[in-house]
Write a protein that binds this ligand. Sequence first.
Ligand code: ATP
Length: 307
Amino acid sequence: MNSYVIETVDLTKKYQDQFAVKQLNLHVPKGQIYGLLGRNGAGKTTTMKLLLGLVRPTGGKIHLFGEEHSRFPKQDYNRIGSMIEAPAFYENLTARENLQILARLRGQHRKDTVERALSVVGLQQEEKKQFRRFSVGMRQRLGLAAALMHEPELLILDEPMNGLDPIGIQDIRAYLLELCRNRGTTILISSHVLSEIEQLADRIGIMHKGSLLEETGLQELNQKSRRYVEFEVSDVNRAALLLEREFQISDYTVLEGRGLRIYEKLEQRAKVNQCFVAAGIVVDHISIYGEKLEAYVKSLIGGGGIG
Ligand code: ATP
């Protein structure tokens, strides 16, 4: 048994002759925020619907909380909160009334449950407005409140920031981070906006045309996509000393053998080279590598759509 809250093995969903999700192997660790990134039509929504049992897989397996999907106890769906596509509510009721009904259905009888959820998403002031008069952003906020209200262990949120204004995005981001860090909630969140995922996720899965192209920690991804200069020198230890002493460069790694990777002050590489040479260090090779995270992701999935 592992500590993945969600694990899929070759999960596949085919519509007619088209794969919406193709042999997906997803690993969402407990207590982390996992960002599913992909352009429109990449298969993010279908993946989430499969996880929630809203769509039947064509093939493959799903494990939730370590339990195979088919053996997952019905009452354990309470452990999950979700928001997929446009959430449905009673049109002629207010936000509070809608949540009160939901709380009653779920057997949540604590008085402050609804108020807390309303306050988290910033809807507590909307006393009178009926759902049918809600803006897109307000509908989204109410959907989130409904997903969060029972404080689930796992949250599955499909593009939750869509339609929110920048302040709303900040509020929700801060709340999701707080949920994860302080209460250990596991969160699977999808987006087609890289910067949103970048500011939130611990792990990231990049989907394209139904497949998972890469699954990695955000730090590793940043590292991979970071620009750096690599020097090949005759004496790495002395070279490293000079970097620190003469250039105050501390963000570097020493590779096995003769390699030295520098991640900061890249524009000073010519001066660094001169300094090494002046100190009697032989420099065999200098190269600049890497690219911005955005460019890296684009290189994986092709241009457009990710911003
Ligand atoms: P978006 O951000 O646009 O919602 P997505 O990454 O969530 O995109 P999906 O909605 O999962 O992508 O769609 C993946 C593919 O599967 C698309 O090509 C879509 O047209 C197709 N698809 C999804 N649902 C169905 C369905 N019920 N019948 C036929 N094809 C479908």
